[in-house]
Design a protein around this ligand. Structure first.
Ligand code: NAI
Length: 694
């Protein structure tokens, strides 16, 4: 049963009991309405308490019902709220821990509300590209005031209950036994007699409502440039201010139904569910036992090792940090400290916390100090011989059951695992730079990786607040394997007539955080050069433009050398187009006998994005990624793909695979068209009118 009904001292107690967060699924909604009716029909009942069991009052809509007929089946939340308001006997909502979204809207339908301190109160619908659809935009301003309500609705950010104590939202904040106080409060309300107050009957008081609404509009203009929902939130609140509750409510409904259909909301919901789906692995049941992880080892305190260590320090886990030389370890520690101090300067961290975290590091030069570590992550030079040496040593010293992880970005994980006598314990943890900042973690599953090792690392990823996506073993894993095709197209387009600044501008206008050339300059052009040199050796038939090699031969490695595709002023990151480079590109085309032509931004965007899609389709068909949304999560959290477009695979679904395939065939006929054979999955979906994300 999702709802429990009992009577205590003449008060009916309706307890929401739908773990984990009392989502307002159909049976919960039905249970509440039945409880209200039963209480009103029972002469022995004088008042009603609505309370949540377990971890929350209510987290809102039941997300397992999303996109199912149950979500809209009567009684809808609107109907439930009407039933509360219409109850002749007073209804008291008793809130603890969480009242969010529909959960808060439900509470706003009660006549009275009391809350425990520390409860998180929010209307977070805007984060899914929606607005509160059960009266939230109308009732909240009437009870907490226009300013607080607009801030909450437009940002979606939770506010602790005690911060709302000055408003009329809660009749009381209750320390101690919430149910006991709810029962006495309800009895007293019954003693006082009705009619009991309804939030809908209150006025929105504000000395200059119109002015404030305009102020709010200006406030969201920049941040919500690509998202319609924040604007609609303001519109709905404004309608209620100007035309009253009922018309405001009708307009809110209209906006909700319109927003659900927008590609932006679809993309945000895709990302929301994609994040959860990424944590689920088809053949690893959720009840797979996990190994205990109490101490971490990190090998290598360079660019990646230091950042990786910080993730665990931030989560309160002790880290043994190993280097080969004292000065390398000193440098590594100094960088970690510097990163923390920068956060102190920004007021994001206290000095005390910095010291606490630094004290969790045990620096060492000796492998034997890794003997107690439960998880050891290697982040040494990207050379197989170095990895071999490290993993052979690890095999000697690590305790049985310890998880041995590599941060390699290009090497064969199965090979690395074979350097040990325990390949089942070996896994890839591919962090992105800067590792303490970037959300994405590709978890690389080797041929022999044990399921409980995978489950443990996925759980740990959550603890360190990463979005973890499982990838099979292949060159570049999911993200870099796809980006290579994207870069390849960018280079072809240079050769055919475009220039770096035009390509970057086009794809940045599409919404990427950074175009391919600015990105390469930031990462270092020598990295791609090294990968290409390997390609030329291993896949001599693969057609690649050599224009980027020319750049590297000029010593232009990017920001770190003050020059790359662009020129950089010392100490600055602003990319200025370089005449020297542009001339080099034009000369290169001539040398190749390519007649340079004009490029439209549309072609640039299409070629870049569809190159991701085509490789993504292969990755999916090969089982390197378990599902299309995993690929989208990699691109949203690790590669700056525009959130409002939902990732490359959802984007392809949105334009339709038939159109995607047609575009690929068109490009296949052009110069450098050899990359455009559509992946088998693209063709199959184009023919069946299917989608990557179904
Ligand atoms: P780095 O050169 O900054 O750091 C490597 C560190 O490992 C150096 O401090 C070195 O002294 C230490 N080291 C080398 N051999 C060692 C050994 N036998 N025992 C202990 N320490 C040893 O390199 P970076 O960039 O941190 O890369 C490390 C790994 O992370 C590589 O496998 C790389 O492919 C991977 N990676 C790098 C990314 C990046 O953006 N830099 C992104 C994702 C992965």
């Amino acid at each position: 049963m999702a709802v429990d009904y009992t009577i205590r001292g003449g008060v009916a107690v309706i307890t929401l009991d739908n773990p984990p967060v009392n989502g307002l699924g159909h049976s919960t909604r039905l249970g509440i309405v039945e409880g209200i009716e039963r209480a009103n029909d029972d002469d022995d009942v004088r008042a009603i308490v609505l309370i949540g069991a377990g971890k929350a009052f209510s987290g809102g809509a039941d997300i397992t019902e999303f996109n199912t007929p149950k979500a809209t089946q009567e009684p809808t939340l609107m109907t439930v709220i009407k039933a509360l308001e219409a109850s002749a006997k007073p209804v008291v909502a008793a809130i603890h821990a969480v009242a969010m979204g529909g959960g808060l809207e439900l509470a706003l339908g009660a006549h009275y509300r009391i809350a425990a301190p520390g409860a998180q109160i929010a209307l977070p619908e805007v984060k899914l590209g929606l607005l509160p659809g059960a009266g939230g935009t109308q009732r909240l301003p009437r009870i907490v005031g226009l300013e607080t309500a607009l801030n909450m609705i437009v940002s979606g950010t939770p506010v602790p209950s005690e911060q709302l104590a000055r408003t009329a939202l809660f009749d009381e904040l209750v320390e101690g036994d919430l149910l006991a106080r709810a029962l006495s409060f309800a009895s007293q309300a019954a003693d006082r007699g009705g009619p009991h107050p309804k939030v809908r009957d209150r006025n929105i008081e504000h000395p200059n409502a119109e002015g404030f609404i305009q102020f709010a509009r200006n406030g969201v203009a920049a941040a919500a440039k690509h998202f319609p929902a924040p604007h609609k939130c303001i519109d709905a609140v404004e309608r209620g201010v100007k035309e009253g509750f009922e018309r405001g409510l009708a307009f809110e409904r209209e906006c909700f139904l319109a927003l659900v259909q927008t590609p932006e909301s679809r993309a945000l919901r895709h990302a929301f569910f994609g994040e959860r789906a990424a944590a689920k692995i088809a053949d690893v049941p959720s009840n797979t036992p996990v190994r205990e992880i109490a101490q971490i080892g990190v090998i290598g305190a360079g660019t990646m090792g230091g950042g990786i260590a910080m993730n665990f320090l931030n989560a309160g886990l002790p880290v043994v940090l190993l280097e080969t030389k004292q000065d390398a370890i000193d440098r590594g520690l100094a960088t970690i400290r510097r990163n923390y101090e920068a956060q102190v300067k920004k007021g994001k961290l206290t000095q005390e916390k910095v010291e606490e975290r630094m004290a969790l590091i045990q620096p060492t030069l000796s492998f034997s100090d890794l003997a107690q570590a439960d998880l050891i992550i290697e982040a040494v030079f990207e050379e197989l011989s170095v990895k071999e040496q490290v993993f052979r040593q690890l095999d000697e010293v690590a305790k049985p059951g310890a998880i041995l992880a590599s941060n390699t970005s290009t090497l064969d994980l199965n090979k690395i695992a074979s350097f040990t006598k325990r390949p089942g314990d070996v896994i890839g943890m591919h962090f992105f730079s800067p590792a303490n900042v970037m959300k994405l973690l590709e978890v690389v599953r080797g041929e022999k990786t044990d399921k409980d090792v995978l489950a443990t690392v996925m759980q740990l990823a959550k603890k360190i607040k990463k979005t973890a996506v499982v990838s099979g073993v292949c060159d570049g894993f999911i993200g870099n394997r796809m980006i290579e095709q994207y870069i390849r197209q960018a280079l072809f387009m240079l050769e055919e007539g475009a220039l770096p600044a035009q390509i970057d501008r086009a794809i940045e206008n599409f919404g990427f955080a950074m175009g391919p050339f600015r990105m390469s300059d930031l990462a270092g052009n020598d990295i791609g050069w090294a990968i290409r040199k390997r390609r030329y050796r291993e896949q001599p038939d693969l057609h690649y433009s050599r224009v980027a090699d020319r750049l590297c031969e000029m010593g232009r490695f990017g920001q770190k050398t003050g020059a790359g595709w662009y020129d950089y002023q010392p100490g600055k990151r602003d990319a200025a187009p370089s005449k020297l480079v542009d001339d080099m590109i034009v000369a290169y085309s001539k040398e190749r006998g390519v007649e340079r032509r004009k490029f439209g931004d549309e072609e640039i965007v299409e070629r870049l994005v569809l190159s991701l899609v085509n490789e993504g389709a292969k990755i999916l068909a090969e089982g390197i990624a378990g599902k299309a949304s995993d690929i989208d999560m990699v691109y949203l959290t690790g590669y700056g793909f525009p959130l409002w477009r939902g990732g490359p695979m959802l984007y392809a679904d949105t334009i339709g695979l038939y159109n995607v395939e047609r575009a690929m065939r068109k490009y296949a006929k052009q110069t450098n068209g050899d990359a455009w054979q559509p992946a088998a999955l693209v063709t199959a979906l184009a023919q069946s009118n299917g989608h990557f994300n179904d």
